[in-house]
Design a protein around this ligand. Structure first.
Ligand code: CTP
Ligand code: CA
Length: 231
C-alpha cells in the first residue's frame, strides 16, 4: 500500500466517492436508515487523496470522521445524495458509489410526529421506490469511470460473485466491488473482504484486510482502468 501511495498514480484525477448510508425521514423525529458506517468509503477517499487525486466525498450520515484533504458535501436523503453526485460526476474521472442507498422511502413524510392511538395494534408504512442513482448515472452520457458496490448476505462466495455479475450488468457500471455483509460482517468493522468484478462479470481481483488496504486494492484496479499517464 505504501508503494501504491508513493506512485501518485491518481495525480490530477478527480475522484468522487459516496460514503455512509442514506436516511429517509418518516416525520420530524424518525427516519428509515441502514447500518453503513461510511468507513470503507472514507478509506477510499483517503487512499485516493494519498495517491494524488483531487477528491470530493459525498457524505451520508457518517459514523466516522471526515477524511483530511478532501472536499466534503454532506447529504442525508437519497434525493440529496443523487443531486450532489449528479452534479459532481460532471467534473469527475471516477465515481465510486460506496454509500448504501435506500431502495425505498416513505410515500409521505408526516409534518408532525406520528402519534400512536390507544387501540393501535400495529402500523403499516407505505414505501415507494427510490431512483437507482448508479443505474441512472450509467444510462446518461458520462465520461467518468463508474464503480459500484454491492452488499450481499449470501454465505457462498461463488453465489456472491454470480449475484455481483448480474448486478453489474443490470446497473451498467464499469466495475463492481462485492462484499458480504451480515449481522456480524462488513458494517462498522475495520476489516473487509471484497471481490472486484469488471464489465462482463470477470473477477479482476480479491482483496481482504483493513478497509485502507482494500481501498488501495480497489484503486489499483481503477488506476489500471483509467490507463495511460494522468494529465
Ligand atoms: N445504488 C444506487 N441507488 C439506489 C440503490 C443502490 O445508486 N437506489 C448503488 C449503491 O450505491 C451501490 C450499488 O448501487 O453502489 C449497489 O447497491 P445494492 O444495494 O447492493 O444493490 P441494489 O441494486 O439496490 O440491489 P438489492 O435489491 O440487492 O439491494
Ligand atoms: Ca439496495
Amino acid at each position: 500500500a505504501a508503494g501504491a501511495s508513493a506512485r501518485h498514480d491518481l495525480a490530477g484525477r478527480r475522484v468522487v466517492v459516496t460514503a455512509g448510508g442514506t436516511r429517509e425521514p418518516l416525520d420530524p423525529v424518525r427516519f428509515l436508515g441502514n447500518r453503513s458506517s461510511g468507513k470503507q468509503g472514507v478509506a477510499i477517499a483517503e487512499a485516493a487523496r494519498a495517491r494524488g487525486a483531487e477528491v470530493t466525498l459525498i457524505a451520508a450520515n457518517l459514523e466516522v470522521g471526515e477524511p483530511v484533504g478532501c472536499g466534503v458535501r454532506a447529504v442525508s436523503t437519497t434525493a440529496e445524495l443523487q443531486e450532489a453526485v449528479v452534479d459532481e460526476a460532471r467534473r469527475a474521472d471516477v465515481v465510486v458509489m460506496a454509500a448504501a442507498v435506500a431502495d425505498f422511502r416513505p410515500a409521505a413524510v408526516s409534518e408532525s410526529k406520528i402519534k400512536k392511538q390507544p387501540g393501535d395494534a400495529g402500523l403499516t408504512l407505505e414505501l415507494v421506490r427510490n431512483p437507482d442513482i448508479l443505474a441512472e448515472l450509467a444510462a446518461a452520457p458520462h465520461d467518468a469511470l463508474l464503480v459500484g458496490f454491492a452488499a450481499e448476505t449470501e454465505p457462498d462466495d461463488e453465489r456472491i460473485v454470480e449475484l455481483g455479475a448480474a448486478k453489474l450488468a443490470a446497473k451498467g457500471a464499469d466495475l463492481l466491488v462485492v462484499n458480504r455483509v451480515g449481522w456480524n460482517e462488513g458494517f462498522a468493522r475495520d476489516e473487509n473482504r471484497v471481490v472486484i468484478l469488471e464489465r462482463g462479470g470477470a473477477v479482476v481481483d480479491r482483496r481482504s484486510g483493513s478497509k485502507m488496504s482494500v481501498a488501495d486494492g480497489i484503486l489499483d484496479v481503477v488506476a489500471r482502468h483509467l490507463g495511460g499517464d494522468p494529465l
